[in-house]
Design a protein around this ligand. Structure first.
Ligand SMILES: *[C@@H]1O[C@H](CO)[C@@H](O)[C@H](O)[C@H]1NC(C)=O
Ligand SMILES: *[C@@H]1O[C@H](CO)[C@@H](O)[C@H](O)[C@H]1NC(C)=O
Ligand SMILES: *[C@@H]1O[C@H](CO)[C@@H](O)[C@H](O)[C@H]1NC(C)=O
Ligand SMILES: *[C@@H]1O[C@H](CO)[C@@H](O)[C@H](O)[C@H]1NC(C)=O
Ligand SMILES: *[C@@H]1O[C@H](CO)[C@@H](O)[C@H](O)[C@H]1NC(C)=O
Ligand SMILES: *[C@@H]1O[C@H](CO)[C@@H](O)[C@H](O)[C@H]1NC(C)=O
Ligand SMILES: *[C@@H]1O[C@H](CO)[C@@H](O)[C@H](O)[C@H]1NC(C)=O
Ligand SMILES: *[C@@H]1O[C@H](CO)[C@@H](O)[C@H](O)[C@H]1NC(C)=O
Ligand SMILES: *[C@@H]1O[C@H](CO)[C@@H](O)[C@H](O)[C@H]1NC(C)=O
Length: 889
């Protein structure tokens, strides 16, 4: 537009509104301009809205410490109801109260856009297609404390900071901050909270943050994970795009593009990576990119922070084209809708560009906007509960927005193929509980025979077994695990994982044989015996008959008590080889292959309960197994009561363990009730049991299931009969306590949430589908669920005498859409449809509230207290408390 045209336009305005616009109008704008204070800005913005209601709408985003409104003027062809897929843009100025050029430019820009709408083609197109928000001041209090003509802030940064002397551009959550306690909003300034909420709850696409004190366009990241002050780039995944956005501004700015406007400036083409220039922790720019879909660039507009008003016309001319071009960049890249098969919007879907590690997510209308440089891309959309879409090729051209819509298909529900149908007549079982047991069953199974045994059952019972090797021993033998259950191949969220590991000491062989018998017992009785069927339908049972197959081959039948074959092929005791909570020593400094394989495997499944089968004694041993250096004797874990209960469960169900009688080889050793604390019995550091509990969150006991280490085969049937019911009873304890799912309020599973029982200094974590399992004794507990980025949740629960409490928890996100709802008094309805309400809509909502809560809410219009035009909602039946709603407050 020709400068003359602006001039004429402003003259026109002059006639209508003398006080405010006079400065802009005549040479005014050019020769005698003036900064507007808070009241003047407020009046001007209200006037613009009143005079151009079809394209201008004044919003308040929140209030400053001194209760000043944080105004944002929305300018768009359809301000009442943003047209689908219209991108949202914002400029935020005057975050530092004394950096005032941007503030004034917003006032000019608002008028420029409004007055030229319908007259200038470029402006009209921009306002037609872009939902523009201009915030002249994010820090109105600081501005009022600043002084025109001061190029640096007043002493003590008065004016730069807000009323509480806080630098707002250091007050945002930062991706490189150490984790802090409390919610993400706690302890932050009201201006910051207002902006955070606004940024997160509206689908902004692009933003400019206007500052002063230099002349440069600075792009993310502003911070890095180093402790440096400057001079190293910290690149975001969208670095090239950001640089181009910054250049778009700087190249149209006659001073900025030179990069040398101010005394110390030396910026290549007038742009810089933020961290390269100097590091800012807690800035708004990075917050936009990391926590929302919005890309923000910071523009430093003037060397002097609060220059004399006489410079403003020049600033307007220097920045006008840059600002327009930057706003137009809201249309770069690709946009579209993500819907499901029923044509409903899919909210919070990820739109992924292959090769760029930064996703955008869909708005509550299913819209997405992905800024991209010209080029060819592959993109797809995916959302929780849906299958990812196919990859789509998109060609992005300069100056055009590509449009790609996605339709997502729901993931089908899990099929329960093998659920119990107890309809067979019981076959006759033999005295050991098997359909039949041939003469070879009760022989010791050396490696080849053991593998054959497992493979036979794997082949005969394909629906309920899964045989796999989790690694190899030193001598290359496979470490086999047989998984049994109605869905043996994979973890089903909500179904707990249980395991038995035997023969960790190669010469303690009873457990190895018993686990093979247990495979046979479970397979043969599934769908015939109700107990076995229930176990396999509700639990995934993992049986590892031998963790130390090499040691086993060295050990000798009939050896009651020696150490031959105890260690692995390198003669390392595997039950001293795990990382220990107290010590690192010669036995666990180097992790053996068997140990490594078992650790990896344990961490790969969400195991809940476990036992480690040894023999050479007869006792159920519970944590801890050792002591801090320099101490000895009993050392109890925070879950001691449960561990004792679990130990008793095994011991009581065993034919004789609970009697606590000594083994013939150790006549002095008696265990009351057949259980003992590990450390009290004798100290074992580097044991598997404590590692399971402390690291993997799996409760494990060490079960000594017989007095002799390598008994002759003829006693195996008796060992089986002594332990069979105990093995089943112990496995059943996995269904004790509380379990459920931790999800966000929109149903996304939360992994790694801490499940904390009040008074117990040990917690379990939720797994990748959000499922968690916490074994507890019956009774009442205060349960807290905590997850990073979510509000934590505490409630009293009651664990039943038998079985588990099924308890799901939804956590409210500390960010994203959900703050808005917390802010909106936590009303669910607001959460999914955050929006500004028109008067008409507001009345509708109020009327609905009256219908829903007739006893406490009355929607009324025009009575003694309230004028006809302002309708009100009366809450409580005491005619004393009114809530007024109106458009302008
Ligand atoms: C907003 O526009 C959409 C179509 O773009 C329409 O379905 C909806 O009813 C409109 N809402 C209001 C309040 O006008
Ligand atoms: C802007 O929108 C108006 C109203 O829909 C339309 O008449 C006009 O042609 C549009 N102008 C441009 C430049 O897009
Ligand atoms: C993007 O979304 C995909 C699919 O949900 C996810 O696998 C990936 O981790 C996300 N990338 C980032 C950087 O968050
Ligand atoms: C995407 O969906 C919108 C809304 O249904 C529709 O107007 C538009 O034509 C679609 N675009 C493409 C490229 O399919
Ligand atoms: C179980 O067997 C009974 C009698 O043989 C039969 O009536 C019933 O339909 C069967 N139930 C199922 C679920 O197959
Ligand atoms: C177990 O049985 C399945 C199906 O019969 C077969 O595909 C698989 O190879 C077997 N696994 C082993 C380790 O033999
Ligand atoms: C395995 O399940 C399938 C499908 O339910 C069934 O047809 C088949 O008979 C089952 N096989 C065995 C060995 O139980
Ligand atoms: C749970 O916490 C509340 C509040 O502190 C307390 O009154 C209640 O007794 C606690 N319940 C249990 C089982 O500890
Ligand atoms: C918890 O969520 C799971 C999975 O969605 C569901 O199957 C179960 O019924 C829910 N439990 C309760 C008590 O709502």
């Amino acid at each position: 537009m020709h400068p003359k045209a602006i001039f004429l336009l402003l003259v026109l305005v002059h006639c209508e509104s003398h006080s405010i616009r006079s400065n802009l109008v005549d040479e005014g704008f050019l020769t005698d301009p003036r900064y507007l204070n808070y009241d003047e800005v407020t009046n001007l913005l209200k006037k613009l809205e009143a005079e151009h209601p079809e394209i201008a709408k004044l919003r308040s985003v929140g209030r400053s410490v001194r209760n000043r409104e944080l105004w944002a003027l929305e300018i768009n062809r359809n301000v009442e109801n943003r047209t689908l897929m219209t991108p949202m843009f914002k400029f935020v100025a005057n975050m530092h109260g004394d950096e005032s050029v941007g503030r004034q430019l917003m006032i000019y820009l608002a008028q420029y856009l409004i007055y030229n709408y319908g007259k200038d083609e470029r402006v009209t197109r921009l306002v037609n297609t872009t939902d523009i928000f201009l915030m002249p001041s994010m820090n109105p209090d600081g501005y009022e404390n600043s002084q025109e003509g001061l190029c640096e802030s007043k002493p003590g940064y008065v004016g730069r900071e807000n009323e509480n002397s806080k630098d707002l551009n250091r007050d945002f959550p930062d991706q490189f901050d150490p984790v802090r306690t409390g919610t993400i909003l706690s302890g932050r300034q009201p201006e910051t909270v207002a902006l955070m909420t606004w940024i997160i709850s509206r689908p902004f696409v692009l933003s400019g943050n206007l500052h002063g004190g230099a002349v440069v366009a600075s792009y993310p990241y502003d911070d890095s994970n180093t402790k440096r002050q400057c001079c190293r780039e910290s690149r975001s995944p969208d670095n090239d795009l950001f640089k181009k956005l910054a250049l778009t501004y700087s190249q149209s700015h006659p001073l900025m593009r030179e990069g040398k406007a101010c005394k110390n400036d030396d910026f290549d083409q007038g742009v810089t990576n933020g961290a390269f220039w100097y590091e800012v922790r807690g800035g708004m720019q990075d917050f936009n990119y990391v926590h929302s879909n919005c890309f923000e660039v910071t523009f430093e507009l003037s060397c002097c922070k609060f220059p004399p008003a006489s410079t403003l016309p020049k600033e307007w001319t220097n920045n006008k084209e840059s600002m327009l071009r930057f706003m137009e960049a809201s249309h770069w890249g690709v946009k579209g809708l993500v819907t499901n098969a029923n044509d409903e919007a899919v909210l919070d879907a990820d739109v992924v560009v292959v090769g760029i590690a930064h996703n955008v997510t869909t708005s509550n209308k299913g819209e997405y906007w992905r800024l991209l440089l010209p080029g060819e891309y592959e993109i797809y959309a995916t959302a929780y509960g849906y299958r990812p879409s196919d990859l789509v090729k998109v060609v992005v051209e300069a100056g055009r927005t590509a449009v790609r819509n996605f339709t997502l298909q729901r993931t089908p529900p899990e099929k329960d193929d093998y659920k119990v149908v107890l309809n067979r007549t019981e076959p006759p079982f033999d005295q050991y509980g098997f359909v039949s047991s041939d003469s070879h069953l009760f022989e010791h199974h050396h490696y080849d025979k053991m593998v054959q045994f497992l493979k036979d059952f794997n082949a005969s019972y394909p629906n309920i077994t899964y045989l796999h090797s989790i690694g190899k021993s030193v001598q290359g033998r496979d470490l086999y695990v047989m998984v049994l259950g109605s869905t043996p191949h994979k973890h089903v969220p909500g179904v707990p994982e249980f395991k038995y590991i035997a023969n960790m000491h190669g010469n303690e062989v009873v457990g190895r044989e018993l686990l093979l018998y247990l495979v046979k017992y479970l397979c043969e009785r599934y769908q015939t015996d109700e107990r076995v069927t229930r176990i396999l339908d509700t639990t995934r049972v993992h049986l590892m008959p031998s963790m130390n197959p090499d040691g086993y081959e060295i050990a000798r039948e009939g050896d009651d008590s020696s150490a031959v074959g105890r260690g692995n092929a390198k003669n390392i005791d595997l039950n001293r080889n795990f990382p220990d909570q107290y010590v690192v020593n010669q036995f666990n400094r180097l992790i053996e292959p068997e140990t490594k394989a078992v650790m990896d495997w344990i961490l790969s499944e969400p195991f809940v309960l476990s036992a480690n089968l040894h023999n050479g004694a007869l006792v159920a041993n519970y944590p801890y197994d050792d002591n801090p250096v320099g101490q000895s004797g009993e050392n109890l874990s925070p879950d001691d009561a449960i561990f004792k209960f679990l130990a008793h469960t095994y011991s009581d169900a065993h034919k004789s363990m609970h009697e606590g009688q000594p083994c013939p080889l150790f006549p002095q050793e008696r265990f009351k009730g057949g259980i003992t604390n590990g450390a009290k019995w004798y100290s074992v550091s580097g044991g598997m049991q404590d590692w399971n509990y402390l690291v993997a969150g799996c409760m494990e006991l060490t079960l000594e299931i017989g007095c002799y280490k390598y008994p002759y085969a003829k006693s195996l049937p008796q060992y089986w009969l002594n332990n069979r019911d105990a093995l089943l009873a112990y496995a059943e304890q996995v269904h004790r306590g509380v379990h459920g799912f931790v999800r966000s309020t929109i149903g996304r599973p939360i992994v790694g949430a801490k499940v904390i029982v009040e008074g117990v200094s040990h917690y379990v974590k939720s797994h990748k589908d959000g499922d968690y399992y916490r074994i507890l004794l019956p009774g009442k507990y205060n349960l807290t669920i905590e997850a990073l980025g979510y509000e934590s949740y505490t409630n009293e629960i009651e664990v039943p005498a038998e079985g588990t409490l099924d308890y799901n928890v939804s956590l409210m996100k500390d960010d994203q859409l959900h703050w808005a709802s917390a802010y909106d008094f936590g009303i669910d309805e607001n959460q999914y449809h955050p929006k500004y309400h028109t008067n008409q809509e507001l009345y509708g909502v109020m009327a609905q509230l009256e219908n829903r809560y007739p006893d406490t809410a009355a929607f009324q219009s025009g009575d003694d207290y309230v004028s006809m035009t302002l309708r009100s909602l009366k809450i409580t039946d005491q005619v004393s408390f009114f809530v007024h709603f109106s458009r302008s407050s």
